[in-house]
Design a protein around this ligand. Structure first.
Ligand code: PLP
Length: 294
């Protein structure tokens, strides 16, 4: 889907084709950068407080001063939404440790960040949400700090390439016999006896903002969520599987490797989670997702 024509780079809104960053940027040389992806629905920022709070945690963990307070970040996002007339899609934000005159691993005592944001027009309540996807299993070969959102994404890029080669849309990553998360989403299963399970937070997974929102919505409804690890066999035995992320919201997983999940169609718990989330973000479910009402 088309990227917006106007991007934000280091204090200025500028045409995308004129936005340039030095090859000596630490984001390019060392992946020394934090990023966030926030969903926009009906022109509004979704779960934005959570994204800003996680951004703050990531920046602190990688020694980059946070260049804006929440009001400053909100202003940049709001302007980017209006300048690109973005009604449904994503805002991508990256803050790197900046550009210096040499390739020095440690770098200066205090970093002067590079700040880059762009708008991405795309339907979030979409075909994937309606029909579901296939996932494969892969070894989780990522570094140990998966609880912060950095641009160290090579293993995820390779995971998506392996998934595509297998005719799948994503990969469930496995470490020490347990599923950690999907390539760019948190993973959920619904067991035979109707327990809803998603992995507990630790440095093994990203604390997904959508995950947190969905847990809150389910608990409000008296539907308990068990936060604990599950195995690939638990996933094979599950009645339903879905993922949560800002980019795909609630995505049903209808096939794992070569096996259908449940009856091979998005199940009732997944549909309920979709309804609760879509309502919470202000969607008119009857129009935007009539299939979630069935
Ligand atoms: N886990 C990983 C590895 C991700 O990359 C993402 C999102 O990109 C998520 C989980 C979901 O997080 P969120 O709901 O904040 O988008």
């Amino acid at each position: 889907m088309p990227m917006g024509e106007t991007v934000y780079l280091n204090g200025a809104f500028t045409p995308r084709k004129e936005a340039l960053i030095s090859p000596l940027d630490r984001g390019f040389l060392f992946s020394h950068a934090a990023y966030e992806v926030t969903a926009i629905y009906g022109g509004k920022l979704i779960d934005f407080d959570g994204h800003l709070s996680r951004l703050g945690n990531t920046l602190e963990a990688i020694s980059i001063p946070n260049p804006h307070d929440p009001a400053g970040w909100t202003d940049i996002h709001t302007q980017l939404i209006s300048r690109n007339q973005l009604s449904e899609g994503l805002i991508y934000l990256e803050v790197s440790a900046g550009t210096y005159d040499s390739r020095d691993f440690a770098g200066p005592e205090i970093f002067t960040p590079t700040i880059f944001l762009f708008a991405d027009h795309r339907p979030l309540i979409n075909d994937v949400a309606e029909h579901g996807i296939k996932a494969i299993f892969l070894n989780d070969i990522r570094w140990r700090r998966r609880d912060i959102k950095t641009t160290q994404l090579l293993s995820q890029a390779l995971a998506y390439r392996s998934a595509r080669e297998a005719g799948a849309k994503t990969a469930f990553m496995v470490e020490d016999g347990y599923v950690t998360e999907a390539a760019s989403a948190n993973t959920w299963i619904v067991t035979e006896d109707d327990r809803i399970i998603t992995r507990n937070l630790s440095s093994d997974i990203l604390p997904g903002i959508t995950r947190g929102h969905v847990i809150a919505r389910l608990r409000e409804r008296g539907l308990p969520v068990e936060e604990r690890p599950f195995t690939p066999d638990d996933a094979y035995a599950a009645k339903e599987i879905f993922t949560t992320s800002a980019g795909a919201m609630i995505a049903p997983v209808i096939q794992l490797e070569d096996r259908p999940v449940g009856d091979g169609k998005p199940g009732p718990v997944t549909r309920q989670v979709q309804r609760l989330y879509y309502e919470a973000i202000g969607a008119d479910v009857a129009t935007a997702a009539p299939w979630a009402l069935a």
